[in-house]
Design a protein around this ligand. Structure first.
Ligand code: NAD
Length: 101
């Protein structure tokens, strides 16, 4: 995989904070050491949220790039938390019932 997966963050891409007050939010970002998750986590931290990242740090590409992404996020010491773990999402099925009158 190319070097483009490494996070190079520009504050101009921050999430919009004008439309809501987000200071008290805590957001869980799965895959947050990767490209999209890392940028998402950074934008959330920059607007004042607390962020919990869960990432298994798999070796699909160079793990050092993910460590570098996490290093950038760790500058938000009091609001950033990293858990090295595999995230599993369980989906419950939704049943529809039709009422005939
Ligand atoms: N990057 C793009 O341009 C792009 C475009 C469209 C869709 N997507 C999709 O968005 C998703 C994220 O893309 P990306 O570029 O950030 O990928 P990425 O590989 O950089 O990041 C994904 C991260 O998720 C972690 N991960 C994967 N499975 C996990 C699990 N079960 N538990 C914990 N951590 C786990 C990996 O270790 C990795 O750090 C992918 O599904 C990708 O197919 C990406």
């Amino acid at each position: 995989m190319s070097q483009t997966n490494q996070m190079s963050y520009s504050s101009s891409s921050s999430l919009d904070s004008s439309s809501e007050t987000s200071a008290e939010k805590t957001v869980l970002v799965t895959g947050g050491a990767g490209f999209i998750g890392g940028h998402t986590a950074m934008a959330l931290l920059e607007r004042g949220d607390k962020v919990v990242v869960i990432d298994e740090l798999n070796d699909y590409y160079d793990v050092n790039m993910k460590q570098d992404n996490l290093q950038l996020l760790h500058q938000f010491k009091d609001r950033f938390f990293f858990i090295k773990e595999i995230y599993v999402m369980l989906r419950s099925s939704i049943r529809y019932s039709y009422l005939t009158i």
